[in-house]
Design a protein around this ligand. Sequence first.
Ligand code: ZN
Length: 145
Amino acid sequence: MNDLLKELYQEIILDHGQEPRNFGTCENHNKSADGHNPLCGDKVHLSFYLDENDIINDIKFSGEGCAISIASASLMTEKLKGMKLSEAQSIFNDFTKLVKGDADTLEILNDEDSLYALKGVEAFPMRVKCATLAWHTFKSAVENK
Ligand code: ZN
């Protein structure tokens, strides 16, 4: 990874960590879940409205935790808003591969995607759980009846 790109990624994480997007609770949600990463103390509550066409219409998160967990939740909500559920699930798969150091097998994401900003956590196994917390919470919300 070149230095310029690295710097850009760090700026994205800092920006989203300090000013998280879609922070709060979605008023008319029909899906929600809570996630907890005991290794770091990160907590996230996620809610969204899945409409009759399986589009994620509104998605918000709240919680507290390290900059990585907050930035990741913020980037995720920004990415998934307005997206079809099936596509969101493919991105979930890509993102978990990306942060586990398996970027060569991605199907959708590429290095122009803001989610790539979190690729750096692959070198820090403890941080992978921070970066994936919001995504696993999303998955449990989808599976919650
Ligand atoms: Zn954390």
